[in-house]
Design a protein around this ligand. Sequence first.
Ligand code: PXP
Length: 256
Amino acid sequence: MTTTLRPTAKLRLGVNIDHVATVRNARGSAWPDPLRAALLAETAGADGITAHLREDRRHIRDADIDALMAALTVPLNFECAATAEMQAIVLRHRPHAVCLVPEKREERTTEGGLDVASDQNRLKDFIAPLREAGARVSMFISHDPRQIEASAGIGAAVVELHTGLYSDLLADGEIALADRELDALRAGAELAASLGLEVHAGHGLTYENVEPIAAIPELAELNIGHFLVGEAIFRGLGPAIEEMRRRMDLARGTAA
Ligand code: PXP
């Protein structure tokens, strides 16, 4: 299978600021401000900002999206579930990119990929107006070829491959299983690129596990949040992002 991307193409880093809002909301105050974090992330080298407006507004809130849309100079990747409410919000704001994710109220985080294959007709209709509004529509999916092919079939521009299982397996010391998962992610990225999709990846990425993912040549973007917000406690958000950028560039062969 051939791909069009050069292995050394620079990988974009999207910084997810949801958990700055989680800390803010824990005290019901206005601090820390997710917009301030986003602006700092821009300065530290983020190529984009990702924010997930969940149905229950547990972290990012509508006012945060208003503020981000007004102030960011890098693109906003708006993550949401495929609901009528979120569609209306996207059409009002017209963000650069929209990433559709599955959402369950009881989950702690986005646990699995979107089941595009079982919901193709609805999702095709759902994304049509978003595409017309100029958004790059992404599907957050597993590396299952059925999901990748279905995403291409409904007209998505991008797939984001879920790296959560890979990161969990590595964290549990299940090296052989993590290697197998990495191989499946590589194969998924190759298939997606061969179908003309731009390929992103994210979930659970850290300094320890990012390099094998960043080295997958078809990937154009990683979206990373929870680890960076945690690491910011120890070294500050700017330096935490700069170190992630350094590791991504090293793995990619694009270090200065
Ligand atoms: N990509 C998507 C689609 C996500 O839903 C998330 C988590 O909100 C991330 C990336 C970032 O994952 P993490 O916070 O574990 O880095």
